[in-house]
Design a binder for this molecule. Structure first.
Ligand SMILES: [Fe+2]
Length: 253
C-alpha cells in the first residue's frame, strides 16, 4: 500500500467526496506485485471451488498474502477510524477490520449479484483484484447515503427487513431497468481502493458473465450496533434456532 499517513485535509477531502459523489477512490492502493499475488490466490480459490462463486472471510483464510497484512495494518485501520470519526463525530473503538475476498464467477456468481442491501458497518472499502474488461463487469451500484445512521438496532433491523424481501428487490431491479440514471454506477479498476458509506448506502453489484471472473477484497470498519445487547440477543436466539451462527453482515458487494 503506497499510502501510509494522511493529513487531516486529505481525510476531509475523502469524506467530502463520499458525501457528495457517493464514493471516494484511492488510486493504486495495491502495487502490481501485490495485485499479482492476490490474483494467484483468487485463481486457486476459484479452481478449488469448481470454478464457481467463493468467498474467503477473515484473515486466516488469506494467510501469507497482502490481504492478511492489510486486515491488521495500523495505517489502514487508522485511516478508516479517522474517516469514520470525521463523518460521525465518534471515534470508533473497533481495533480491526472485517474482511472478505469475494470471487464472483459461474452460476453462483450470478445468484450472488443484484442483491440490494445495507451493510452493518459505517465504512465499506473495496479493492478489486480481478475485473472483467468487457461485457458484464459487475459494476458497483448504489443509491448513496439513502438512510441516516440509526440510533437503535431495532430501527436498523426495520430498514433491513424492508429491503431484504423479494418485492422490494424486484422493485429495485425494475427501477434499474427503467431508469438506471437514478443509481450511481461505478466501474472499478483493479488495484484502486473505493470507499463509501456502506451502512447508509443501498448497494449491490451488477451481474458478471458466467465465464468471467470478478474478485474484490472487501474491508468493513465500525459496526454501528456491534455493542447493542438486543443485536447480540437476537443473534444468539436466531443462531440457536438455525443451529448455526447468523452472520451479522454478509458482504454482497
Ligand atoms: Fe455491502
Amino acid at each position: 500500500m503506497p499510502y501510509s499517513t494522511f493529513s487531516d485535509a486529505q481525510v476531509n477531502s475523502l469524506i467530502k467526496a463520499i458525501d457528495s459523489d457517493g464514493y471516494a477512490v484511492l488510486p493504486d492502493w495495491a502495487s502490481p506485485a501485490q495485485l499479482k499475488e492476490l490474483q494467484a490466490l483468487v485463481a486457486n480459490a476459484v479452481a478449488a471451488a469448481g470454478n464457481d462463486y467463493v468467498a474467503l472471510s477473515g484473515r486466516q483464510s488469506v494467510t501469507g498474502t497482502p490481504m492478511y497484512d492489510w486486515g491488521n495494518s495500523r495505517d489502514f485501520i487508522d485511516l478508516c477510524r479517522r474517516v469514520v470519526a470525521g463523518a460521525t463525530g465518534e471515534r470508533s473503538s473497533d481495533t480491526s477490520l472485517t474482511q472478505t475476498l469475494r470471487c464472483l464467477t459461474g452460476n453462483g456468481g450470478r445468484r450472488e449479484s443484484l442483491i440490494f442491501h445495507y451493510d452493518s458497518f459505517v465504512l465499506t472499502t473495496i479493492m478489486p483484484v480481478c475485473m472483467p474488461e468487457t461485457g458484464e463487469r459487475g459494476d458497483l451500484l448504489m443509491l448513496p447515503n439513502h438512510r441516516p445512521i440509526r440510533r437503535s438496532y431495532l430501527r436498523n433491523l426495520v430498514d433491513k427487513v424492508l429491503v431484504d424481501n423479494r418485492w422490494v428487490q424486484h422493485y429495485l431491479k425494475s427501477r434499474l431497468k427503467r431508469d438506471d440514471q437514478a443509481f450511481t454506477r461505478i466501474t472499478m479498476r483493479p488495484g484502486h481502493l473505493y470507499l463509501f458509506w456502506g451502512y447508509r448506502s443501498l448497494h449491490t453489484n451488477m451481474p458478471v458473465a458466467e465465464d468471467a471472473l470478478r474478485a474484490t477484497a472487501v474491508f468493513h470498519y465500525h459496526n454501528v450496533h456491534g455493542s447493542s445487547s438486543l443485536a447480540s440477543r437476537l443473534r444468539k436466539s436466531l443462531g440457536t434456532f438455525k443451529g448455526q451462527d447468523v452472520p451479522d453482515d454478509v458482504p454482497q458487494t
